[in-house]
Design a protein around this ligand. Structure first.
Ligand code: SAM
Length: 245
């Protein structure tokens, strides 16, 4: 079955946007995934086709109405996970992208204004997902980010040339640096090991660089990695003998 994404938005013309290009665009042309954007306003029922109203309790801005959003969700709901893009949601990650790619597709709700009436988030059991600790004007760019990360992991989308096996977040290490021709540029030489043809030495250099970058840039990942390495190490035979009953 083709992996399908439906996006509910006030700005359907923003899609497919960048997803029409490169890897994701080619994959859609090849039928590996499908995208449909739906205008939330089409589900408004009053004369003015209003989708929002002022917040109960006062305060700035407008809130997307539960009844309108619920009708829009009802039109596409079919058991696929329903995501509400929100800055207060669970942080999007590579692990989440892998989970989404393993399913049948996603339904994504892009908010605008102050956000969405809480009752429809609860009634439809929407999973709130954030792409980071900052506030965007709307959920459309967040939906594009989620889809860009998920689509490239769908079976058949990446060829060997674009393998995800060694890249950042595939394990606990950030990826090592890359270099290409020319071998010297503005007085900067490519690290000699990479030109040596010695694959064991190249792998060791890349592993050391991945460890250095993770240790200096992401101490959170580094401590998880160290724990993983310690857990995988064989028990010290001397210490075991000492502790033997
Ligand atoms: N009043 C909200 C708050 O403070 O949490 C911010 C609303 S924001 C201006 C409008 C919409 O943009 C949200 O409903 C959400 O769909 C989207 N959005 C903003 N920042 C986001 C983020 N970091 N991740 C995912 N979606 C985001």
């Amino acid at each position: 079955m083709t992996w399908r994404a439906d996006i509910l938005t006030l700005f359907p013309e923003m899609f497919p946007g960048p997803l029409a290009f490169s890897l994701a665009g080619r994959a859609e042309t090849r039928g590996l995934w499908r995208l449909a954007a739906h205008d939330i306003r089409a589900f408004a029922e009053d004369r003015h086709r209003s989708v929002d109203d002022t917040p109960f309790g006062g305060g700035a801005g407008m809130v997307l109405r539960a009844d309108v959003v619920d009708r829009a969700l009802g039109a596409v709901a079919d058991g696929r996970p329903m995501i509400c893009l929100s800055p207060r949601g669970e942080r999007f990650s590579q692990a989440m992208a892998r989970d989404f790619a393993a399913g049948d597709g996603l339904i994504l709700l892009a908010g605008r204004y102050e956000g969405i009436d809480q009752r429809v988030i609860e009634a439809r059991d929407l999973r709130e997902v954030s792409i980071g600790d900052y506030v965007l004007a709307g959920g459309e760019i967040a939906a594009l980010v989620v889809l860009d990360a998920v689509v490239r992991l769908l079976p058949g989308v990446m060829g060997a040339a674009e393998s995800a096996v060694e890249e950042s977040f595939s394990g606990l290490l950030l990826e090592y640096p890359h270099y290409t021709r020319p071998a010297e540029w503005q007085g900067r030489a490519v690290p000699a090991t990479l030109l040596s043809g010695d694959h064991a030495a190249i792998n060791a250099w890349r592993r050391a660089e991945a460890e250095r970058l993770t240790r200096t840039r992401r101490p959170d990942l580094w401590s998880l990695y160290q724990r993983q390495v310690a857990a995988a190490a064989p028990a010290d035979p001397v210490a075991s003998a000492d502790n033997a009953p």
